[in-house]
Design a protein around this ligand. Sequence first.
Ligand SMILES: *Cc1c(COP(=O)(O)O)cnc(C)c1O
Length: 479
Amino acid sequence: MDRAPDHSFARLRELPSVDAALRQLEHRGLLPDLPQSLLTDIVRDRLAARRAEIMSSQNLEVELRDPIEMLGEALEAFANARLQPVINGTGVLLHTNLGRVPWNAAAVNRAVSVASGYSNLEFDLETGERGKRGDFAEFCLAKACGAGATTLVNNCASALILILRELANEPRAEVIISRGELIEIGGGFRIPEILEISGARLREVGTTNRTRLSDYEKAIGPETGMILKVHRSNFYQEGFVEEPSLGELVALGQANQVPVVFDLGSGAMSHLEEQAPVSHEPTMLEAMHEKVDLVCASADKLFGGPQAGIIAGRKELVQRMKKNPLFRALRCDKVFIAALQETVLLHLENHTETPLPFNRMLSADVDALKNRALKITEDLNGANLAVGQSVSRCGGGTMPRDTFPSATIDFKPVHLSLTAAARVLRGASFPVVARVEKDVLKIDLRTVFPAQDGPLREALQVLIEADRESSEANVRDEG
Ligand SMILES: *Cc1c(COP(=O)(O)O)cnc(C)c1O
């Protein structure tokens, strides 16, 4: 066994016991508001790790830090990992890492009321007998999508797996798909892998950039289960490209009695190009208009709802999906059904002013954003704070080409590094996620709700002070 260097023994003696450390942390106000058992475990683990580090270290300098301060930081980092709201200053509307689309107020309220008590989830209030889960939401959704029927599952990935399980089975397990659509959506979603785990067999046709109707036609045979079309939601192709239209594929499927399924993913419900300078994104209604057999989409992207997978299409096929044993394993929680139901109702209403946060952010006027930025920077009166401009994007694997102008608050730290400054903002009592661009920290106001201007201002105040204090600390160090 290695002998510890001599200096380590002194260092080891300086380490407090778990109990003593907890007492001192409490005394210094460094204990986060979390269950005692969790805090004890973390402190014990950190002290053990520290002990091991000292035993193996030859370097005295790294060991000079106050162990209580170090434990306090570790506990703070742990507590910060708790799921909590943050201010999205990135300008990316559907930021997957920040939870994709925010819910609308009606969805939040209905979800809270349904979650905090009992509900008619599977109970018919008319007859007093057993009812069907999600019936109302599915009916309204079918109306909004122009579909024969719809149903809901956990997310779009599960929707696709369910569809493949039901429609691509031996002896007809083959799924015909263009080589230009064997895509990765991100976060472990790759079309070929989804097919594989569903038990389907991939039948690739065409090339990366060009697939013709005749390529599909030639591939149809006795083993064909379905034709799958995947919306290239997160990238685009330009140049020498060709693909048949959805309508042509549907006609081909009908002529050969092969169902055509469209993985739309993004799930737009309205014409977004009328709300912002973005390109046209295919809507659920348009897909249904082409008489495609089934469409699947995410409810937490352009649809503006909770995480869920929407399956819409021919009634008989949707019924088959609901009868598949896998359906039970993928079903939605009541809270998500409640939120989705309210979101669909909003889509069905003709609002002049949209109550959907996504569409409000998308269509927000740059001058209005600039005025908010001005107000905040004037209030703070920080020399290194300015109103700037930038471009917002949709994100979440949608409309990859489109950027639209936006207004930002720019902070140029004088003493802190950009990384340290971004960290200060993330550590604010309402954490702010900013974007680093060259030598400035940018907060895009398009994705900051007006109601968050107050907490944002406070976080910036903290940042300005941290920057100043960091300069004073430097001066002290030098002096
Ligand atoms: C986003 C997306 C998916 C995955 O949706 P989830 O709801 O995240 O499972 C699938 N297909 C396409 C085309 C998408 O854009």
